[in-house]
Write a protein that binds this ligand. Structure first.
Ligand code: SAH
Length: 362
């Protein structure tokens, strides 16, 4: 049998395939199971970005790779080059701007201390959700990312850690550019790949999907019993206050969103994280915290309070630390755990979409 896969109309990324898909499609086209395992290992564990022909593969696999993978051939490997790599002054955040094959740029952030790194990846180029304070929202939607383009960001972060002699990546958050549940299928395929034990092997319990509140996506996550953490961006506890900041609330109203969270909780018994960007004078009063307490009744909730990162298109300013503590105090008195997130990496524009926005202005 010839060791040449059916040539797809347009080149496809090898990183778009889960292990099961690779087995199904490639074994059918002539590669043996042992070759698929070797290929997967090279791609997803050794994180190879190219094959030079001098790898220690068996001759049939080597021939297949030479015939099928590379420029002008049926398959390629997503390896977006860096157009920027910036470290924060405290050394705890590194931000990469990566250029995709069509010239779009996306952000990937690496955060944390030695041995405990978290990668923050993008799921779309731009975003359709229009959150007023978010740099990505301000640039608008360009396109969805393919699974391989999401996987490639995790590989990029992992390779950067390995290159500097650090331990492998521990945590992953889908809090970069884009709305993960607006690109549901690609995101779930990417996470299947990233959590594969034969490959990158990130623990599902170390992965957080953050959503603006796409109701259908939250319900689907629950129905499918996806083993990831769910974070919901709330920012307001009444419809009027929320939709002033998060226009997507008009499409998925707060009442429907909270009902979906209850359904998700009933189905999964999982804690839900709620994100609340603290904006001075807008959503940071004790009365607003009280309303949030009421909204979260009946859930196992944890609130992440994020002081606003200033962006070009929004005039608001961050809540001062005293007011943030008062807000937290109200939650605490009601038995709701919360964390005030440090504005780590603010000097490298670590807010969602800020680096790309800066670079395109320059
Ligand atoms: N689309 C997803 C992921 C976005 S980024 C979502 O909406 O959840 C992750 C979090 O950062 C969201 O809660 C988002 O509202 C928040 N965020 C975006 N820009 C910010 C800024 N400039 N300052 C503070 N938080 C911001």
């Amino acid at each position: 049998m010839p060791l040449v896969a059916a040539i797809p109309a347009a080149p496809r990324s090898l990183l778009d395939f889960t292990f099961a898909e690779l087995e199904r499609d490639f074994i059918a086209s002539g590669l043996a199971a042992v070759h698929v395992r070797a290929l997967w290992r090279a791609l997803q564990r050794e994180l190879k970005n190219e094959f030079r022909g001098d790898e220690e593969f068996s001759p049939p696999l080597q021939r297949w790779l030479t015939a099928n993978v590379g420029a002008g051939k049926a398959f390629f490997i997503d390896a977006p080059p860096e157009t920027a790599d910036i470290a924060s002054s405290d050394g705890l955040t590194r931000k990469f701007l990566l250029r995709l094959v069509d010239g779009q740029t996306i952000e990937t952030v690496l955060m944390g201390f030695t041995g405990r790194h978290t990668a923050c990846v993008s799921t779309q180029a731009g975003c359709a959700m229009d959150c007023v304070f978010c740099a990505t929202g301000q640039m608008g939607f360009v396109r969805h990312l393919r699974p391989g383009e999401i996987v490639a960001q995790v590989r990029h972060a992992q390779r950067a850690l390995r290159a500097s002699g650090q331990a492998d990546l521990r945590n992953l958050v889908l809090m970069g550019m884009g709305e993960p549940l607006h690109n549901y299928d690609a995101v779930m395929t990417a996470l299947d790949i990233i959590t594969d034990r034969r490959g990158l092997n990130l623990g599902p319990s170390k992965i957080t999907i953050s959503t603006v509140g796409v109701v259908s996506g939250i319900l689907r996550l629950g129905e499918e019993q996806r083993p990831y953490h769910l974070a919901v961006s709330l920012h307001g506890a009444t419809e009027a206050e929320r939709s002033a900041l998060v226009p997507a609330s008009k499409r998925w109203p707060l009442a429907e969103l909270m009902a979906a969270c209850q359904t998700y909780y009933t189905k999964t018994q999982r804690r839900i994280f709620f994100e609340w960007t603290l904006i001075a004078g807008q959503n940071d009063s004790p009365a607003q915290a009280e309303r949030l307490v009421v909204l979260l009744q009946g859930l196992d909730a944890h609130v992440n309070l994020i002081p606003l990162n200033p962006t070009g298109g929004f005039a608001g300013i961050a809540t001062a630390s005293e007011a943030a503590k008062n807000f937290k105090q109200v939650l605490q008195a009601a038995g709701i755990p919360s964390t005030i997130r440090q504005r780590r990496g603010i000097d490298v524009a670590a807010g969602c979409g800020q680096l790309r926005a800066e670079k395109s202005r320059a």
